[in-house]
Design a protein around this ligand. Structure first.
Ligand SMILES: Cc1cc2nc3c(=O)[nH]c(=O)nc-3n(C[C@H](O)[C@H](O)[C@H](O)COP(=O)(O)O)c2cc1C
Ligand code: SF4
Length: 769
């Protein structure tokens, strides 16, 4: 039964009963009319409800019980008619509703979907837009910790713990042609006139620094401020190594993240040539600026970019004056680095990951990306050619050594003749890599040849190098025909090279195709003497058969080796140890030689630790030679003076001690041969002493025979007897040659030795073959 019918029947029944008991007709009529009115209202509502779907009905029921949370609106507990109602107060805390028109405007101006999930969380503190200012009292260490935590490394305001005027300014420069040095001196002169500066600036040639990390990982003092005067070169230059080191330090996980944060600040003055290199104008100064900032440096003055072509020095003066003014201002500085440089880094990294062998096989299209080691228009090229080198291709060099010239004139061969039977007039001195991974103090390099840990240049094919090296060598030999005293027979034979000393300068084993190159030499009947610096164990382990394999042992302890070789690798000592192990295992089939170059005051003190190295590497021979003078210490990064050059007597004393120590340990070595003229003595394994006679010489014909046979062979398989004149105690000068003495020098054994000393020293040259 429908509810309104029941109500109607009940109403009519009640009205009838009321009239039965004498009720008044007018009242009964009024009741019926009132009922009729109510019935009509409720029927409309029931009709409306019956037209809604069930879900909507349930929704409406829910709405009824929802609290508005104090916001008001259609679901408000106080609202009777939803959105249609107006003007009443919400009991659950809602404010008075706004008129509909105002509501409409608000809806338009808010996001359509509002996320209330955060609405009841505690309100977040708004991020301050003010840059952070580190107060002076905050220690630097704490600053850097804060920066790490806050990730606030790209941009922040900084002040230093020290005033700029109280800083110790270091003016670094790097130069090839002298302009940067002149500018650095100018800056120095200006700063020295500043009375407010409390410390006199210090001028430092970047190329003379033994270890860049001494300044760019560790800081020399607490109040250091760096100013760098840097040129740019689009060819290889020493600055490449500096920049590479900064970058490597940034990515080196062993190094504290922001080592240069300890600086009071830094600024860079770039010099270049905007007319000739518009695209790359001052690019290396900008790169240095980027990496110093990435390493935590605080730029106190913008990078100078000065074109030196016109009026450069005056512009440098203007920049310096502004820089000097800035030193008087200790206001906070915004720390930032240039992110655009970083964006390109990915590309660079990918380039570096290109397989070296692939580079060699490429069609040359990479030339825009991969530089030439020594490009024809580079300052290095000019320096090398001035010094008599012929640059072959882009990374190899040949030079006729002075012993080759001497031998052509019948004045004696180099020490390798008396020690091993190499004839100097038939020897070509060559390097397939002018670059090196060390900066030895006795090297001729004068700070201009490329340095790098690994190969990162274009690669020339071995065939090309050999063909052109021989051409260059022969053309230099040809020039000798007019020299007085040249012996016709030796001159003719000199056009058939029989030996190749792979040393000269640089590090030959860095050349990626070194084994192929050696095999080409052998195919032409040229014996190979490969000298390596014991820093590339992987290449050493893979090297092919060599006539004689040298490893330079320039010092016997880690600290001495660091001081004398100035190696680029941080793990240089471990690398040396690995190389020694390779010599005594994988490469024990080779005729191996330790080469010691003795430098007084650097590496002559210890024989015990040298003996340790011999015990480990078990070489066939130990060649001990006094260093020769490579020029003054004046500006070329070479700290040696004449005081560091040992006399032959000192060399002999060292060798005797050394041999005695080896014998005391029962290692089976003894002194065998010498070449007094070169301050050189040979200690050999007693395996090469057969029936009481030394066999340190090489039978070259036999060596090639064995190679051709293709079977494995050992050093003892191609030995020859050491001639009498070469044995230790006999001087090592070959009969048939005429000893040449300089004017006003007396003859005789003792005098001859000291004359040698003088002759070698006055030439200022260095024989490292
Ligand atoms: C081979 C060569 C390459 C150069 N490459 C650039 C270059 O890429 N960008 C630049 O701004 N200047 C370049 N320069 C100009 C030198 O940076 C400029 O002459 C500078 O003053 C040399 O400084 P230095 O005399 O101290 O070596 C180059 C100069 C030479 C000789
Ligand atoms: S010094 Fe070296 S390059 Fe010169 S002749 Fe001797 S081995 Fe050859």
């Amino acid at each position: 039964m429908r509810p309104n019918l029941v109500t109607a029947l009940t109403t009519v029944l009640c009205t009838g009963v009321y009239l039965w008991f004498n009720g008044r007709i007018s009242v009964a009529f009024a009741i019926l009319v009132f009922y009729g009115f109510l019935h009509r209202e409720s029927s409309v509502k029931v009709e409306e409800k019956s037209q809604l779907p069930l879900s909507d009905i349930q929704e409406k029921k829910k709405e009824k019980h929802t609290c508005c949370g104090g916001k008001g609106g259609s679901s408000c507990c106080s609202s009777k008619k939803g959105n249609g109602g107006s003007g009443h107060t919400c009991r659950c805390g809602s404010q008075k509703r706004k008129p509909i028109e105002t509501q409409k405007q608000d809806v338009d101006s808010y996001p359509v979907a509002v996320d209330f999930t955060q609405a009841f969380k505690p309100e977040k503190k708004k991020k301050s837009r003010q840059p952070k200012v580190f107060s002076k009292s905050m220690p630097i260490k704490k600053q850097s910790e804060m920066l790490k935590q806050d990730n606030l490394v790209k941009s922040a305001m900084t002040v230093s713990n020290e005033t700029l005027l109280n800083s110790q300014i270091y003016i670094f420069y790097c130069t090839l042609q002298g302009a940067a040095e002149r500018c650095a001196n100018k800056v120095m002169a200006k700063l020295c006139t500043m009375k407010e500066l409390r410390h006199r600036p210090i001028l430092v040639n970047l190329d003379e620094i033994t270890d860049i990390d001494d300044y760019f990982v560790n800081i020399p003092c607490e109040n250091a401020l760096y100013l760098m005067v840097l040129p740019s070169y689009d060819t290889d230059c020493p600055l490449d190594f500096f920049l590479q080191t900064l970058e490597e330090n940034f990515y080196d996980f062993r190094i504290e993240k922001y080592p240069l944060r300890k600086l009071v600040g830094y600024s860079i003055l770039g010099i270049g040539d905007s007319e000739s290199w518009p695209e790359r104008f001052c690019y290396q100064a900008k790169k240095a600026d980027h990496w110093v900032a990435r390493l935590g440096g605080r730029r106190v003055f913008p990078v100078g970019e000065i074109c030196m072509k016109y009026d450069g020095e005056n512009k440098v003066e203007d920049w310096t004056n502004l820089f000097a003014e800035t030193l008087k201002d200790d206001e906070p500085i915004l720390y930032e680095y240039d992110e655009s440089v970083e964006e390109n880094e990915g590309a660079d990294e990918n380039e570096e990951m290109v397989d070296l062998e692939d580079i060699g096989n490429s069609d040359g299209n990479n030339s825009t990306e991969i530089k030439q080691m020594v490009a024809e228009n580079s300052p290095t090229y000019k320096t090398l050619t001035k010094q008599g080198y012929s640059v072959v291709g882009s990374h190899s060099g040949v030079k006729i050594c002075r012993w080759t010239k001497n031998d052509l004139r019948g004045r004696g061969s180099c020490y390798k003749h008396s020690l091993f039977n190499i004839v100097s007039s038939r020897c070509m001195e060559l390097t397939p890599s002018l670059a090196c991974s060390s900066k030895c103090v006795f090297c001729w390099r004068h700070g201009s040849n490329p340095v790098s840990k690994n190969w990162r240049w274009e690669i020339d094919e071995p065939e090309y190098i050999l063909e052109n090296a021989l051409k260059s060598h022969y053309s230099k030999i040809k020039q000798m025909r007019g020299v007085p005293g040249v012996k016709a027979e030796r001159f003719a034979k000199a056009f058939q090279v029989r030996h190749c000393a792979l040393s000269l300068v640089g590090e030959p084993i860095m050349y990626p195709h070194i084994s192929r190159f050696i095999s080409l030499l052998h195919a032409k009947g040229i014996s190979s003497f490969l000298v390596c610096n014991a820093q590339h164990p992987d290449s050493l382990a893979n090297i092919c058969k060599v006539t004689q394999l040298y490893v330079s042992i320039d010092a016997s302890t880690k600290s001495e080796l660091k001081r004398i070789d100035r190696p680029l690798y941080k793990d240089f000592w471990e690398r040396l140890m690995q190389c020694l192990d390779i010599l005594s295992t994988t490469q024990s089939h080779q005729r191996t030689v330790f080469r010691l170059t003795l430098v007084k005051g650097f590496n002559m003190a210890e024989v015990m630790s040298y003996a340790d190295l011999v015990q480990r590497g078990k070489p066939c021979f130990i060649e001990i030679k006094g260093a020769t003078f490579a020029g003054s210490s004046d500006g070329n990064g070479n700290p040696l003076t004449m005081q560091n050059i040992p006399f032959y007597e000192e060399i002999k004393a060292f060798v005797k001690n050394f041999a005695a120590e080896l014998q005391r340990r029962g290692l089976g070595y003894d002194i065998s041969a010498e070449h007094a003229h070169s301050n050189c003595v040979l200690i050999a394994s007693t395996k090469f002493k057969i029936d009481g006679e030394w066999y340190t010489h090489i039978d070259f014909d036999r060596f090639f025979e064995l190679l051709e046979n293709g079977n494995d062979f050992q050093p003892l398989d191609y030995i020859a007897k050491t001639p009498e004149w070469a044995l230790f105690g006999n001087g090592g000068f070959a009969p048939g040659d005429t000893r040449f003495y300089r004017k006003n020098k007396k003859k005789g054994p003792e005098q001859a030795e000291s004359t040698t000393q003088q002759a070698v020293q006055t030439t200022g040259s260095i024989e490292i073959a």
